[in-house]
Design a binder for this molecule. Structure first.
Ligand SMILES: Nc1ncnc2c1ncn2[C@@H]1O[C@H](COP(=O)(O)OP(=O)(O)O)[C@@H](O)[C@H]1O
Ligand SMILES: [Mg+2]
Length: 364
């Protein structure tokens, strides 16, 4: 059992604030992603959970017990760095055994544990081989074996696949996820790659500029972004933002953009000023009629779908439509938006307005 609660955690390095009042809960057995651009505070957050840094303020709980100021050795949390560094002069078995031997576990028990890990990872047949001659994939598995042999309460992984090339990375990501599904150990995984986070994670925390922007399942984060940052960071191409200014009241179901009535989820708050109508590329249809029109600037063929760039009265948008729909450059097209999927934002704060779409979703 390992539930991790991070509550109002803040970290300062001198005058610099690396993490601001962050809160989220990692459920027992979850594969949990910390996602955000470089420098936003992911590693610092992970290191605080592991005890490698102490929070300036706020609390961290492991299974209900406060551990915020405990040294790493008392937390029983394993921190997995990039999984490359093996001991080159030792064979596979010795590499995997090392963490157990160094904590003084009896030989027979070590053999048993190593055999179990080797079985989980499918490397039972190479235990007596030197690590020098192994393929890249086997080296990773050995490194992973060494990380998991100790069976800690939770794993912290900091961009473990970061240095791998794309194809290999995808395979290791699948293996890691499958391994997690067999072991069920609580894992917090740092990445700056939104695809990796969406594919692997049970839950995602999106961070930006030392702040938690949103915390939720991949689907919540994608369908109901809490901020413009999240809407832009997740998805490829990202969500379209159509800027307009206006006044909207709680209960409204229509926004007026450039003289056109656009249906949207029912608002739950009032707002005035510079607003943004947010719609994902796959929620735009190109139609022959339709009063809201634009000009096709470019198309990008992607196999079953194509991404069409269109100039509209409220800025450029990208629509993802079927490839078999003919589209010509320079052509005037009507745009229809799926109203149930629209997110409205306040441009000044960057936050999503509350509506029937995102009720109950946690804002950062
Ligand atoms: N020990 C430190 N002393 C001073 N600044 C630090 C230290 N560790 C990290 N930082 C700064 O804190 C910010 C967040 O760093 P980090 O958590 O490593 O970001 P990420 O992992 O998201 O790329 C960065 O601006 C980094 O330079
Ligand atoms: Mg980092």
């Amino acid at each position: 059992m390992a539930e991790i609660v991070v509550q109002n955690v803040r970290k300062e390095f001198g005058d610099f604030v690396a993490v601001r009042e962050s809160s989220f809960t990692v459920g027992d057995g979850e594969f949990f992603m910390l996602l955000g651009p470089s420098g936003c505070g992911k590693t610092t957050t992970l290191r605080m959970i592991a005890g490698l840094e102490l929070p300036t303020s706020g609390e961290i709980y492991l299974d209900g017990e406060e551990i915020s100021q405990q040294p790493p050795s008392e937390r029983d949390i394993a921190f997995v760095f990039q999984m490359f560094a093996l001991y080159p002069h030792m064979n596979v078995r010795k590499n995997i055994s090392y963490p157990l031997v160094s904590q003084g576990m009896p030989r027979a028990q070590v053999r048993e544990k190593v055999a179990e890990v080797a079985r989980i990872l499918g490397i039972g047949d190479i235990l007596d081989r030197p690590v020098g001659g192994l393929s890249g994939g086997d080296r990773q598995r050995v490194a992973l074996g060494r990380a998991i042999v100790r069976v800690p309460k939770a794993f912290m992984m900091d961009e473990p696949l970061g240095a791998l090339d794309a194809e290999f990375r995808e395979r290791m990501a699948e293996e890691l996820r499958a391994l997690h599904d067999r072991m069920g150990a609580t894992t917090v995984y740092v990445t700056h790659d939104q695809l990796e986070a969406m594919q692997m994670g049970d839950k995602i925390v999106v961070m930006n500029n030392a702040v938690v922007e949103q915390f939720g399942t991949p689907q919540e984060i994608y369908d109901k972004p809490a901020t413009m940052f999240v809407a832009d960071f997740i998805g490829s191409p990202p969500m379209n933002f159509l800027g307009f200014s206006g006044t909207l009241a709680s209960g409204d179901t229509v926004a007026e953009l450039g003289g056109h009535q656009m249906a949207m989820p029912e608002l739950r708050e009032s707002v005035a000023g510079n607003l943004v109508f947010g719609v994902r590329p796959e929620h735009i249809q190109l139609v022959t009629d339709g009063s809201y029109r634009g000009e096709v600037l470019a198309t990008e063929y992607l196999g079953t779908t194509q991404v069409v760039t269109i100039r509209t009265p409220n800025g450029e948008v990208k629509a993802r439509i079927n490839s078999d729909q003919p589209v010509k450059m320079g052509e005037a097209v009507g745009l229809a938006f799926n109203p149930a999927t629209v997110t409205l934002f306040d441009e000044g704060t960057g936050r999503a307005l509350r509506s029937s779409l995102n009720e109950g979703v946690l804002h950062g």
